[in-house]
Design a protein around this ligand. Structure first.
Ligand code: ADE
Length: 416
């Protein structure tokens, strides 16, 4: 078996983490049990480029139970849980290529390693796998792929718009049971978790600046406010900015917020959001972190240019000293803070995201041959099924429409 991980002797710790996560992933468990019986992915080769966490391990296990041969690499150099990677290799026989803290060269070598199986399905989080296949003009036949995150979906849509996308992709991120929960509650909680683990800051009474008011930004702002922070939202989209205003936040340009904030967090999906002009205004001791997929949201070169000194002051914090003596603290090199300084989204929410992944994969195998080379939404039957199973797993019942209500809703003739 091929693999490249940090240390196989970490496997026992990893196995316990995987089992702990499994206990909080009831929907994925049900899918795994059905996959075990029906083998809908029999002999399908899947290359998965995902954050290597205990939740991902449970997704990969479910795919394997379905009959797939899965090769796994990391979708971010700093998010790999090495003990989970070790257990996947030792206890579950999965070929994993990922080491926490790997450099860019190794990161791409690992992507190449999973491509050696000439996958029939690709599973991506950020679209590095798909973009590598396309930029290197790999031409083995591919049934389809799935994409986990907003940034990846944006990249893939632009490939489809340029007419270069070679095979159909299902945008798992766009399922309601994904982004309304994972992005909002998952990123919301785990971003705060990452900031707190890295800094041990008191949020109560602090001024917390969130750049970007998409579903992730909404979740982060909501949780920061819940812990007593004064939250400022910075946006470029008038609609989202208006939403933030009516949700009760202060809204202003980042240039203005820069001199007010104690903590700054980016979650926009774009590059160069916090730049030199902003660092120049920041207060002594400001904390800066990123919750977006790539580490391009904070202009690190700009911060370096302004600084005369830097040192690692805590496990995940670098302190930059500016020429006038002010200090700016950067968490996890500007990489996504929830996975690099904490454990990523909690299992209970990844349960739904990865249920969508597993079911979309099954769908691609059934229907892939009839799909076009574009980005598809998760079929609404899958989305609804995941919501229904999740509610059932929580022991929550809901009402049903009466026959009279169904007729009323389907008729345009009945008014009052
Ligand atoms: N993305 C965000 N949180 C994650 C997690 N816990 N596992 C895998 N991917 C994630």
């Amino acid at each position: 078996m091929n693999y490249e991980i940090k240390d196989i002797s970490l496997a026992d710790r990893g196995k316990m983490r995987i089992e702990w996560a499994r206990s909080m992933m009831p929907v994925l468990r049900l899918i795994e049990e059905r996959f075990h019986k029906e083998k809908p992915l029999r002999e399908i080769r899947i290359a998965a480029c995902l954050h290597i966490t205990s939740e991902t391990a449970n997704l990969v296990k479910a795919l394997k139970e379905g009959g797939a041969n899965v090769f796994l690499c990391a979708s971010n150099p700093l998010s790999t849980q090495d003990e989970v990677a070790a257990s996947l290799v030792k206890d579950y026989g999965i070929s994993v290529f990922a080491i926490r803290g790997e450099d860019k060269k190794t990161y791409y070598e690992h992507i190449h390693s999973v491509l050696k199986i000439e996958p029939q399905i690709t599973m991506d989080d950020g679209a590095d796998l798909v973009s590598t296949i396309h930029s290197e003009k790999r031409d083995f036949p591919i049934i389809g792929g799935t994409e986990e995150t907003t940034t990846g979906v944006i990249r893939l849509r632009s490939m489809a718009n340029e007419g270069v996308l070679r095979y159909p992709i299902i945008a798992v991120n766009d399922a309601n049971t994904k982004h309304l929960f994972d992005n909002r509650y998952g990123t919301g909680q785990s971003t705060i978790d990452g900031i707190l683990r890295a800094t041990n800051m008191l949020l109560a009474g602090s001024t917390f600046v969130v750049c970007g008011y998409g579903w992730c930004g909404k979740g982060i702002a909501m949780r920061a406010r819940g812990m007593g922070a004064r939250v400022i939202i910075c946006e470029v989209d008038p609609l989202k900015a208006l939403e933030a205003v009516m949700d009760g936040y202060l809204v202003m340009p980042l240039k203005e917020a820069s001199s007010l904030g104690n903590i700054f967090i980016t979650s926009t999906g774009d590059k160069g959001v916090i730049r030199e002009e902003h660092f120049k205004e920041m207060r002594n001791g400001a904390i800066v972190a990123n919750a977006g997929h790539f580490n391009v949201e904070i202009d690190l070169d700009g911060l370096e240019r302004l600084s005369i000194r830097k040192r690692k002051i805590r496990e995940s914090v670098e302190e930059f000293t500016l020429k006038d003596g002010r200090k700016i603290n950067l968490i996890s090199e500007g990489r996504l803070v929830n996975l690099s300084s904490a454990e990523g989204h909690p299992s209970l929410v990844m349960d739904m995201s990865f249920a969508n992944q597993a079911l979309s994969c099954e769908y691609l195998i059934k229907k892939g041959g009839n799909l076009e080379r574009r980005v598809y939404s998760v079929p609404s039957e899958i989305d609804k099924k995941v919501a229904k199973l999740k509610l059932e797993s929580m022991g929550i019942e809901i009402d049903e429409l009466t026959e009279e209500q169904k007729i009323y809703l389907s008729s345009w003739k009945i008014g009052t």
